[in-house]
Design a binder for this molecule. Structure first.
Ligand code: MTE
Ligand code: MO
Length: 413
């Protein structure tokens, strides 16, 4: 029932041998990513919220809401589980941050329209400014931006990397020009071009191998139907920290495919040979090296999590809230359990439906007597794929969507 989502499946995870490669980006990026300790705590959400509360926001995101965020490092900042609320859209000042390398210098507001993107692999390839791109078309889409490492701390094998709980994700409304309008304008995609490859605008320090550092990602060309070059997020110009002036948005695909500060958009015959595509962000068996033969983190699978209550509740009527999504397709149903998954109750969606790539907020009204409860949720996508109890381990800890480890211990008094 997994459809075409890129879930790690047993068949992908067996058969390749090798040693573990850490991070696979620059030594610097890996150092930034190293978790203090990815201890598999009984309540990782609470532990993370308490343990990291003291770390201040780095200057480039000083405008964010510190009390809604957990700062793992200057380039890895997570939204607190308690901050998601019930209003569908994640405000930019509460949205998580993930940079693989140091961002490029900020474009001054007046120069935003002059930002150039080279469009390649089409009949009339050329560079064009954002100002010109804006004339080709406009569309708005709500998508879930979710790091493929979201939930990494719930994997049993202590995967290396940032120990995200549920908060390396958000739901954002993007405005931009559809790629299909751009390709139409430029005479169409050249034959045999099977991938859309986006390159980020980070400068690569001299002396370093660009391929080992550059953020260049490829997705199947079928994403052309829904992808955008976006300049607006939640009704405002995309903040620099989130990829402004122009960002590639690939609805339904994991965060890393949504290339920030995009400089080149190329229709290519092959996937990029940059390390972030070829040597990382793929599902490898635990202890095995990432190989190009393994499945990349592309489409997101079905997932949900509870956002309230997270610790205590008053006995009587309790509103259990959360978010649920199908990933690369709509979510059709979500259930809530108050007994750790022994029994399930249908929850109802409470927020507006912003389309198949957005998440939906949900609620279940429970009558709870004093006691302790293990509360969790389980979503089903439009094709009937059900969020699993657990996600099979993979070396780098990608694609976690299990309902069991995300359950919260709640004391009702
Ligand atoms: N240019 C560029 N794009 C990038 C990245 C990056 O480091 N550089 N990080 C990727 C990863 S791994 C994720 S999860 C998302 C994070 O987006 P955000 O920082 O806007 O939340 O951006 C993706 N796009
Ligand atoms: Mo990510």
């Amino acid at each position: 029932m997994q459809g075409d989502t890129n879930l790690p499946r047993r068949s992908f995870l067996i058969g390749s041998a090798g040693t573990v490669v850490a991070g696979a980006l620059s030594a610097r990026a890996v150092a930034q990513e190293k978790p203090a300790a990815a201890a598999p705590s009984a309540a990782p959400a609470a532990a993370a919220e308490a343990g990291n509360a003291a770390k201040p926001l780095p200057p480039y995101v000083a405008w964010k809401k510190a009390d809604a965020l957990i700062v793992h490092s200057s380039n890895t900042i997570e939204t607190k589980r308690s901050a998601f609320g019930t209003s569908v859209i994640t405000p930019m000042d509460e949205l998580f941050i993930r940079n693989n390398v140091a961002p490029p210098p900020e474009t001054t507001a007046g120069d935003v329209d002059a930002w150039e993107v080279a469009i390649e692999g089409v009949a009339k390839s050329r560079a064009m400014t954002l100002k010109e791109l804006k004339t080709f078309g406009v569309e708005t889409v709500a998508t879930i931006l979710q790091c493929s490492g979201n939930g990494r701390s719930y994997f049993k094998h202590k995967a290396k990397g940032t120990p995200w709980t549920v908060g390396a994700a958000g739901c954002v409304v993007w405005t931009g020009v559809p790629l299909r309008e751009i390709t139409k304008e430029l005479g169409g995609v050249l034959p045999g071009r099977q991938y859309i490859t986006g390159t980020g605008g980070e400068p690569i320090p001299a002396g370093l191998d660009p391929k080992s550092m550059m953020v260049e990602r490829s997705v199947p060309v079928e994403a052309l139907d829904t992808a955008l070059l976006a300049w607006e997020a939640n009704g405002k110009p995309i903040p620099h920290a989130h990829g402004g002036p122009v960002r590639l948005i690939v609805p339904g695909y994991f965060g890393v495919n949504n290339v920030k500060y995009i400089k080149t958009l190329s229709f290519t015959e092959k996937e990029s040979d940059a390390k972030i595509q070829s040597g990382s962000y793929r599902y490898a068996a635990v202890g095995e090296k990432i190989l190009v033969s393994q499945t990349p983190v592309w489409k997101m699978p079905v997932k949900s999590w509870v956002t309230q209550p997270l610790q205590d509740a008053q006995s009587g009527r309790v509103q259990i809230h959360g978010v649920a999504f199908g990933g690369a397709k709509a979510v059709s149903k979500v259930e809530v359990s108050t007994d750790g998954g022994k029994s399930w109750n249908d929850a109802h969606f409470i927020g507006p439906d912003l389309g198949p790539f957005a998440w939906r907020t949900f609620a279940f009204s429970a009558d709870l007597k004093p006691g302790t409860y293990l509360i969790t949720s389980r979503a089903t996508d439009a094709d009937g794929a059900v969020q699993p109890e657990d996600t099979e381990d993979n070396d780098h800890g990608y694609g976690f969507n299990g309902w069991k480890a995300q359950a919260v211990d709640v004391t009702v008094a």
